[in-house]
Design a protein around this ligand. Structure first.
Ligand code: 5AD
Ligand code: SF4
Length: 442
């Protein structure tokens, strides 16, 4: 008999991408094979995001499209996983009764068993409990993927305990839960043994790492442990709450050879009154201080950020003040968003919501400014030589390779496919918004 096939559609952050990869390997261990098209897959798995309205709308329309599909092919298993599954629970089933599995954010590692139950006739299944035996998560996270990717993404802490007033994440992903140091080190060792050369440590806030563990190991301690692993060339991490940046973290960035010179440090807003209303726990002064210390201690460090415009009550003058601050900081890059009210969060209850057209106008103004800054900074890098880890052939362009510099900038350059997976020196010759065109130094 042909093996069963699965098709995964992923929305949202890198954590979701990592969870989708893990679900894929669990399914493959159970004999399933990937399918490029959802039309003839035996399992359609949607891993969802709730951070803004838009990705939720996309999932609802996708589920609408799948209704006739399920009628025509009733054996197809339809599973909805992740943040939106957690948030909507059985409401999702009422709206889309053709869904077989609703899988919350702490249940993705049971996908193989749950799909088997549905195929045996037990449907629908809703798995949403937040308290889960962490040891089962561990056992399954250790699953060997053959071969390991050159660049691996590794969740080290799940959930968030911050409750920024706009954010749905603490409600859908639960409180902070870290994986023990020894377990992370063991997993990275395993990955490196199977070919991984770069790891990106993931968490809604990696700087909160360890606080919930018995001996409260710090994130910089974890970095120093991983830095000692032979054959691991690069360590990255994302994302970081500015309030938790410590001198020890800055020293780790400065001193540990494999820790890349890049930090993603979401600022969210550039006016103190808005930062306070967001419950962010820092002021613009404090943020500027951190940026100064980072740039002093770590030459060439790239600082990227997330920015939100149109938070409830944001005055035009506060928005302009924020732009002036971003012009001063000159981020290396930014993810930029218009505020999107999330039901159940404190900010969504406020009566001073900013009209959508104003939010979008501010967003476009911000994007224009940041694009100019990103491009100018990239232009300033032309002529420099960068150490590039070569991912492989570029998506477009014959004979071109793609890779990343230590500061995480993309570099595209001509070269032989045989150097994929190695570290090379590339001279940057042309700046773009997305990164650089370059040429091999020797
Ligand atoms: N509306 C718009 N953007 C949001 N983010 C988080 N919550 C919201 C929201 N309600 C943004 C923040 C965060 C990034 C992952 O998404 O900038 O850092
Ligand atoms: Fe989206 Fe946040 Fe959930 Fe990631 S953690 S999928 S960004 S809501």
């Amino acid at each position: 008999m042909d093996s069963l096939t699965y098709h995964i559609i992923t929305f949202g952050c890198q954590m979701n991408e990592a969870d989708s990869d893990l679900m894929a390997s669990l399914l493959e261990r159970a004999g399933w094979r990937p399918s490029d098209s959802r039309d003839n897959a035996d399992l359609i798995l949607i891993n969802t995001c709730s951070v803004r309205e838009k990705p939720e709308h996309k999932v609802h329309s996708l589920l609408g499209e799948l209704r006739p599909h399920k009628l025509a092919r009733p054996r197809t298993v339809i599973a909805v996983a992740g943040c939106m599954a957690q948030r909507e629970g059985d409401r999702l089933l009422r709206r889309a009764p053709h869904v077989d599995i609703v899988l919350g954010t702490r249940w993705f590692h049971h996908i193989d068993d749950l799909v088997a139950r549905v195929r045996a006739g037990d449907r629908p299944i809703i798995a949403l409990e937040m308290e889960e035996d962490p040891s089962s998560v561990r056992a399954r996270n250790d699953l060997a993927q053959q071969p390991a990717p050159l660049r691996a993404f590794l969740p080290i802490i799940r959930g968030c305990s911050n409750f920024c007033s706009y954010c749905i994440v603490p409600y859908v992903r639960g409180r902070e839960a870290s994986r023990p140091v020894a377990e992370v080190v063991r997993e990275v060792n395993g990955l490196v043994g199977r070919g991984t050369r770069e790891v990106t440590l993931l968490g809604q806030n990696v700087l909160a790492y360890g606080r919930d563990l018995p001996d409260a190991p710090t994130f910089d301690h974890l970095l120093s442990r991983l830095d000692g692993i032979d054959g691991l060339w690069r360590i990255r991490f994302t994302t970081c709450h500015p309030r938790d940046v410590s001198d020890d973290l800055i020293s780790a960035l400065a001193d540990l050879p494999s820790v890349c010179e890049h930090i993603h440090l979401p600022i969210q807003a550039g006016a103190d009154r808005i930062l306070a209303a967001m419950n962010r726990g820092y002021t613009t002064d404090r943020y500027l201080g951190i940026v100064g210390r980072l740039r002093n201690a770590v030459p060439g460090i790239a600082i990227t950020t997330d920015i939100m415009v149109g938070f409830p009550g944001e005055a035009e003058e506060e928005f302009e003040e924020s732009l002036r601050l971003y012009e001063r900081i000159r981020f290396g890059g930014a993810f930029m968003f218009a505020y999107s009210p999330r039901p159940g969060t404190a900010a969504a209850e406020r009566e001073d919501q900013i009209p959508r057209d104003i939010r979008l106008a501010r967003l476009h103004k911000l994007i224009d400014l940041q694009n100019r800054i990103t491009l100018a900074r990239n232009h300033a890098g032309v002529g420099e030589e960068a150490e590039v880890l070569v991912d492989g052939p570029a998506q477009r362009g014959d004979g071109l390779l793609a890779g990343r510099a230590r500061n995480n900038k993309q570099v595209i350059f001509p070269g032989p496919p045989s150097i994929a997976g190695s570290l090379v020196k590339v001279t940057l010759i042309e700046a773009h918004l997305w990164g650089f065109r370059g040429q091999l130094s020797e």
